[in-house]
Design a protein around this ligand. Structure first.
Ligand SMILES: Cc1cc2nc3c(=O)[nH]c(=O)nc-3n(C[C@H](O)[C@H](O)[C@H](O)COP(=O)(O)OP(=O)(O)OC[C@H]3O[C@@H](n4cnc5c(N)ncnc54)[C@H](O)[C@@H]3O)c2cc1C
Length: 400
């Protein structure tokens, strides 16, 4: 049965959908397939929810890389201070870590989710749970939505279905399907904020858990080569940490990550060996800014026994150590899949959505916000802030 048209329907109660409902207020109805809101939000920041970052607006936009200029309007208008204050007014205080990441003071993601829900209700919007949108048709005056329960008419519609990673949270990629059916182009989706498995994992699994700060890397892919510097984490299967996570959307099986673990190895390795000539190579190399486990892994990978006396090392072996520490190649065996990656790259083409309103340039009355859009943002609270800002802007725009 078709009911009277709802002014503004929002598909999805993630941070983007909740922000839009808060902004629009009375007359907004969120349709959420789950029995609760923000299931992915609850997982974020390992349950602690790093929801934004203290970077200045300019630096925030710069950190958003290619999508930065497009996101500027949303982020500048509804920035981190706006988000922090909104949560605080609903009883969720926050704190910023030294690295700029902002978390709820309780370190509990549910407090961010509950504060968003409280404000949604306070502003007069509604949420209907257990309601999965299956199909959307454009009508003369708006949209007709087929759900698992009913058919619903609305005048304006926001797609805030999220991406396609961690599908058990409800974000199964429906937003791409709906947007495409309504005439939008979708940039192919792939995992983002993903770790990688490397072919040298047998040697390096022994240093699993070791982190190195500010490591320079070259990412050598089929489509080009680029550089970045950040912290890298060795895992039991390969590499992770911000350096890898933030660039993973560009990587594929067979690509190379060249790590400059000790950029001055040409001088520092001979010095370490000279200064410690009566030791075994493992102990001599402890003079370098590496953990013992990483040195042991490098030696294992290079087929040099860790207990070789420094004086017994051949010139060839010393050169192998220098070359690898200066520019060591890690070949990607596999990029973590969408099943467990933290985000999805690709999505609704940004040029088909007006960044000043989040309204579709293809379909009148249609709005699109959050991770369903074609952006790939780094770790550090950028994803939740971007979902919030684009959602809020969509809700405000839909009022007029
Ligand atoms: C493990 C993990 C950790 C993360 N940690 C962080 C972090 O610390 N900081 C950060 O910034 N980002 C983090 N992220 C990313 C961040 O959570 C997402 O980018 C953000 O939640 C996206 O918000 P959204 O509102 O666009 O979509 P989502 O949060 O995915 O919400 C979409 C909603 O739409 C609903 N839905 C989908 N299809 C339908 C349909 N057909 N009908 C009805 N409802 C539907 C879903 O059930 C879901 O509730 C993390 C992600 C993961 C998986």
């Amino acid at each position: 049965m078709i009911k009277t048209a709802i002014p503004f329907v929002i598909i999805g109660a993630g941070p983007a959908g909740l922000a839009a409902a808060i902004a629009y207020g009375k007359g907004a109805v969120i349709l959420e397939r789950n029995q609760e809101a923000g299931k992915k939000l609850l997982l974020s920041g390992t349950g602690q929810c790093n929801f934004t970052n203290t970077l200045s607006k300019e630096d925030f936009i710069r950190a958003c890389r290619k999508a930065g200029p497009w996101l500027k309007s949303a982020i500048y208008t509804y920035d981190s201070d706006f988000f922090i204050n909104l949560l605080e007014e609903a009883g969720c205080e926050s704190f910023a870590r030294e690295d700029g990441k902002v978390f709820p003071s309780s370190r509990k993601a549910e407090h961010v989710r509950d504060a968003l829900l409280k404000t949604t209700m306070h502003n007069g919007a509604e949420i209907v749970y257990d309601t999965q949108v299956l199909e959307i048709k454009k009508s003369k005056n708006g949209f007709i939505l087929k759900t698992n329960n009913d058919e619903i008419q609305c005048t304006k519609l926001l797609i805030a279905c999220g991406g396609s990673s961690w599908q058990q949270t409800g974000s199964t990629g429906d937003g791409y399907f709906f947007a495409e059916k309504l005439g939008h182009k979708i940039n192919p989706i792939k995992p983002a904020l993903a770790s990688v498995e490397t072919s040298s994992q047998d040697s390096f699994s022994q240093c699993s858990g070791s982190t190195l700060q500010n490591i320079r890397a070259d990412f050598i892919t089929k489509t080009g080569r680029h550089k970045d510097t950040d912290d890298v984490l060795f895992t039991h299967r390969g590499l992770s940490g911000p350096l890898i996570l933030n660039n993973s959307y560009l990587l594929e099986k067979g690509d190379t990550i060249r790590l400059h673990l000790v950029p001055d190895a040409e001088t520092s390795v001979p010095k370490a060996l000279r200064d410690n000539r009566h030791k075994i190579v493992l102990n001599a190399l402890k003079a370098l800014p590496l953990t013992e486990a990483i040195i042991a892994s490098v030696l294992h990978y290079l087929c040099i026994f860790a207990d070789t006396q420094v004086r017994d090392l051949s010139k060839k072996e010393i050169n192998k150590i220098i070359n690898f520490l200066q520019a060591g190649d890690f070949i990607i065996k596999q990029v973590e899949s969408l099943e467990t990656s933290m985000s999805t790259a690709g999505g609704v083409l940004l040029k088909e959505v007006n960044p000043a309103t989040m309204q579709s340039r293809i379909v009148q009355g249609l709005y699109i916000a959050g991770e369903v859009l074609d952006y790939a943002l780094p770790t550090g609270g950028f994803n939740i802030q971007a979902a919030f800002s684009t959602g809020f802007l969509a809700g405000i725009s839909a009022i007029s």
